[in-house]
Ligand binder design. Structure first.
Ligand SMILES: [Zn+2]
Length: 458
């Protein structure tokens, strides 16, 4: 059956995230042509009938969550790289396994990551660090098929280093500068803004040690020329600070600003090791940050100073990072962790309230992707990217402040339905565009094969 051109989502608790942060109990959302046409309160039905009706009774309807930092090629590494420090984690486990990927592994890993995201309410994501061997085309096709909104960032590099000396990548992941720049340009031409803007191509220069100063400058120029956005890991661990000090006499962010990469079209993941002056500059340049609390805590990288970044005017979104460092792609879990870690760090229960965290996971993420006029809130005219959370669970009753229940009590598995552009990707907790049985079966088999091919003992 063809997708219905209009859908009515009826009788839900709508968490709009509009400028007034309204919550409409017993509300209805009429979707037409993939966009939100009308939002009505109880007792006031929309002016037109819809082809399809979905009951949201007993459910919270929230804007689809935006994951601003996802390694699509890491879900196949789940459980393979635990309890190690970042540099050892990369060198001994993650890189050797990823350096053994085939393009089919790349596609299945992307499908598994998307399956988990859709099932836990994520509708948009930034897929970072896509190297050639994962097969950019196969991944882009998988995003089209899955129906999610995804920015795919092609890796750019000209050095196999990372931070301190000796952290050398395996040959399977090393790309020549000319080749990765050429592929980035061709993928931008082919995939940027297809399917009504649902798929985008970004560029991902490798973190410090992975690119020369000249290459960072070239990436800044390429992004401007090609109208593509940039994302990279920055100031994740103290090694980054030492490297930037030693090689450039600057902090990591000062260096990135100097090469022309700071600004509202750039998204920097982690940003844990920032000085007070760095934090002010992140805000001043209106740069975007992808905060990944699970990853930073599990790898013992530190805790990003998120309330300070927000106070300085920086835009901060949330990211699940990857399966070896999180170990899940569940933004609802990530929201709770984002709130409680800052409260603990600052010994201040008032910091990072639930609303702020939900803003980061919706509006902040949308802004980080340059999509703030399209998604991130439930408002007439925006695209219908929505997640319905089933509240008929012991851990979700009773409720008084629905945002509190969503952020502090809900889990990804409470998500019942998801739409992107008004199209259902999940209903009754079942994925409609991704074949769950096939993907999970293939994932186990491919992980076993990858481990034996890579020679890693995990
Ligand atoms: Zn990452």
């Amino acid at each position: 059956m063809a997708d219905p051109s209009s859908v009515l989502i009826e009788d839900g608790i709508i968490v709009t995230m509009d400028p007034r942060r309204r919550v409409i109990e017993g509300g209805h959302i009429l979707v037409e042509g993939g966009r939100i046409a009308e939002i009505r309160g109880p007792g006031s039905k929309p002016s037109r009938r819809a082809e399809q009706r979905i009951s949201a009774k007993g459910m919270a309807v929230i804007p689809g969550l935006v994951d601003t930092h996802v390694h699509l090629a890491q879900s196949l590494l789940r459980g393979c790289a635990d309890d190690l420090s970042l540099v050892d984690w990369l060198k001994k486990r993650v890189w050797p396994i990823q350096g053994s990927f085939t393009r089919e592994d790349g596609r299945v890993s992307a499908e598994l990551s998307m399956l988990e995201m859709v099932k836990s309410g994520t509708t948009s994501f930034v897929g970072v660090d896509i190297v050639s061997r994962y097969g950019f085309e196969g991944i882009a096709n998988a995003v089209v098929q899955a129906g999610m909104r995804g920015a795919l960032a092609k890796t750019i590099m000209d050095s196999p280093g990372y931070g301190r000396k000796g952290s050398i990548m395996p040959a399977g992941l090393v790309e020549k500068k000319d080749e990765c720049v050429r592929e980035a340009k061709s993928m931008i031409r082919k995939w940027n803004r297809i399917k009504g803007g649902r798929v985008r191509t970004w560029v991902a220069p490798r973190s410090l040690g992975g690119c020369s100063k000249e290459l960072y400058e070239e990436v800044a120029e390429l992004a401007r020329e090609q109208d593509a956005r940039v994302t990279m890991h920055l100031a994740e661990v103290n090694e980054d600070v030492k490297y930037a000090r030693k090689n450039f006499g600057l902090t990591p962010f000062e260096f990135i600003e100097k090469v022309g990469l700071a600004g509202p079209r750039s998204l920097f993941a982690h940003m844990v090791w920032l000085s007070g002056s760095d934090i002010r500059r992140v805000g001043k340049t209106r740069s975007n940050v992808a905060h990944c609390p699970s990853s930073n805590l599990k790898l013992a990288s530190g805790i990003s100073k998120v309330p300070e970044l927000l106070g300085a005017g920086a835009n901060v979104g949330l990211g699940c990072d990857g399966a070896p460092c999180n170990n899940s792609y569940d933004m609802i879990r990530e929201m709770k962790l984002a709130a409680v870690t800052q409260k603990g760090r600052l010994l201040d229960p008032l910091t990072m309230p639930a609303t702020t965290v939900l803003e980061m996971a919706t509006l902040g993420g949308a802004r980080a992707m340059g999509l703030e006029t399209e998604v991130g809130s439930i408002e007439a005219g925006k695209r219908a990217d929505l997640a319905l959370i089933d509240l008929k669970k012991p851990h979700l009753v009773p409720y008084r402040d629905i945002v509190s229940n969503v952020v502090y009590s809900a889990m990804g598995s409470d998500v019942d339905a998801v739409t992107v552009d008004g199209k259902l990707l999940l209903r009754g907790g079942k994925a409609l565009t991704l074949d769950e049985g096939r993907i999970m079966g293939e994932a186990q088999k491919r992980q076993d094969e990858l481990i034996s091919r890579s020679g890693v003992r995990a």
